[in-house]
Design a binder for this molecule. Structure first.
Ligand code: BYC
Length: 480
């Protein structure tokens, strides 16, 4: 069988010769109805019968892997897709560096590996649950389609992790696969595993910020797992990264288009001061300071997903060869980190300062640093749009100590510049940094659906090009 091509003959599309693997095929077929029930209950509400112009993977060849067509979402062909196996691949880091990559789970690392797969798996359905009401307020059919594309692919990413659980982790894996369908984002009794995935995504600005910031954590974590010495995990993550790129594109361009519309409207109305919030809001667009506050919120919530700066879990996973660094294969050092150090931001004597820590313990910090660099690239592009309109305003990522719930800074209150605040100062100034109830109400008031082909809500500019090069008035979703 050609690994690049996906076999669409059976119930579960795949490029892993599932037809020859009766045990796993049966296990997945048994899991399938529960997944469809979950999708129908927790997936995009109100649009399950609509025809959506979606891409589906037909190959894992990076040069041409998708085809576009109208699909009803519950009939989307979710499947198991792994990037091709690299002949003779070696474990690239940790104590087993240079040994042949594993094709079965090494017994001594079973629990650690399972935990990584389960955490990754848990985030995927969580994001679908968080976004399930957004279709009803879509600013255009183009945006609605992008939302649904992201949703079905997060569903596929769940399949990707469930395949690993079912194939490699026996009874425990089967139980974990079931549990992934039981937990619910935001549920007080059975919440999703990581904090940011239990928050609400109440409006489209949040959706774009989430896909910009939180999907980018997905990218970083998947890049780190793609380095894994456990080859099936590496191959799975490599293909997931191909899909993930579109999600971040949706986020980055979504925020860009909101900023662009705001700037255009301000210019037309002759408003040059971005802080004239009430005047700007009268134009039916989102003022730049509110966009900044939303960025502050989503960035800080996402930083928590990197775990504690100093982490024995992360050190163990690296040492064992299970989870590497961001693009480990491009780094030039011994890939074992037994002796090196890494600067870690800490709160020492009430001041935020760098302290050298053993590099192995500081891997979460390092991945978070790489993440911040990556985040800043798109922020720079947002600022270019603002500057092109001659408006004196810059979106800035807040300090990493701001609004944290995990790690070194979770026990303190810092402002967006990293100044430590007394608790009452924080309480008083919180609404300067994070969306207030009034900001939320205003954004909510804008969330009126625009479902006419080619039309866009007042607060967002049209995209530069359509999906699959379709013209502006293309009907991306045929609403049933
Ligand atoms: N919330 O040693 P520590 C994505 C727990 S996003 C709650 O600091 P570690 C996507 C931790 O579990 C990418 N609990 O943490 C994006 C541990 O508990 P136990 C998802 C937290 O393990 C958008 C304890 O605190 N993938 O794909 O080094 C849409 C001490 O932990 C949190 C992954 O994250 C938290 N935020 O690092 C759709 C990759 N942080 O075990 C999808 C897999 C920490 O002591 N996960 N804790 O009871 C990992 O690599 C790591 O587990 C983490 C945490 C980075 C999450």
């Amino acid at each position: 069988m050609n690994i690049q091509q996906v076999d669409y003959d059976g119930l579960i599309p795949n490029n892993v010769a599932l037809g020859d693997d009766v045990r796993v095929k049966r296990a997945l077929e048994k899991w399938h109805p529960g997944y469809i029930d979950w999708w129908n209950d927790m997936g995009p509400e109100g649009f399950q019968e609509s025809l959506v112009y979606l891409r589906t993977a037909v190959s894992v060849d990076p040069k041409g892997w998708a085809k576009f067509d109208y699909v009803r979402m519950p009939e989307y062909r979710w499947g198991v897709l792994l990037a091709p196996q690299l002949e003779g691949r070696k474990i690239p880091f940790g104590m087993h560096k240079g040994e042949g990559a594993w094709h079965e789970v090494p017994g001594e690392y079973r629990a650690m590996l399972r935990r990584l797969v389960v955490i990754q798996g848990d985030t995927e359905p969580a994001s679908v649950e968080q976004q399930r009401y957004l279709g009803k307020t879509a600013p255009s059919l183009y945006d609605m389609r992008n939302l649904f594309q992201v949703n079905v692919e997060e569903g596929r990413h769940l399949w990707a992790m469930v395949y690993l659980l079912q194939k490699y982790f026996g009874t425990d894996g089967r139980e974990e696969a079931e549990a992934l369908l039981q937990r619910r984002s935001g549920d007080p009794d059975t919440p999703r595993m990581l904090g940011a995935f239990n928050e609400k995504t109440p409006d489209w600005l949040s959706f774009f910020m989430f896909t910009y910031f939180t999907d980018r954590d997905g990218k970083m974590q998947l890049e780190a797992l793609a380095q894994s010495g456990f080859d099936p995990l590496s191959r799975t993550c490599r293909f997931m990264l191909t899909e993930e790129a579109h999600h971040m594109f949706v986020g980055e361009t979504g925020v860009t288009r909101i900023i662009q519309r705001t700037c255009e409207a301000m210019k037309e109305a002759g408003i040059s001061d971005p802080n004239e919030i009430e005047k700007v809001r009268k134009l039916g667009v989102i003022d730049l300071p509110t966009i900044q506050k939303k960025a502050n919120m989503h960035f800080s919530l996402t930083l928590d997903l990197f775990g504690n700066e100093i982490s024995t879990n992360a050190a163990n996973a690296f040492h064992a060869g299970l989870k590497g660094r961001y693009r480990e294969d491009r780094l030039k050092d011994d890939h074992q980190l037994e002796s090196g150090t890494y600067p870690v931001l800490r709160l020492i004597d009430g001041k935020i300062q760098n302290e050298d820590s053993p590099a192995l313990s500081a891997l979460n910090m390092r991945l978070r640093d790489d993440y911040v660099v990556d985040c800043n690239v798109g922020v720079g592009r947002w600022n270019k749009v603002i500057a092109e309109h001659g408006i004196a305003f810059e979106i800035k990522l807040p300090h990493v100590a701001f609004h944290r719930h995990i790690g070194e800074f979770s026990r303190t209150n810092a402002d967006v510049d990293g100044n430590i605040l007394f608790p009452d100062e924080w309480t008083n100034r919180r609404i300067d940094f994070l969306p207030s109830a009034a900001d939320k109400d205003y954004i909510e008031s804008l969330m009126q659906p625009q479902m006419e082909p080619g039309k866009f809500a007042s607060w967002i500019a049209p995209p530069k090009v359509g999906i699959d090069n379709k013209p502006g008035e293309f009907e991306y979703v045929k609403i049933a």
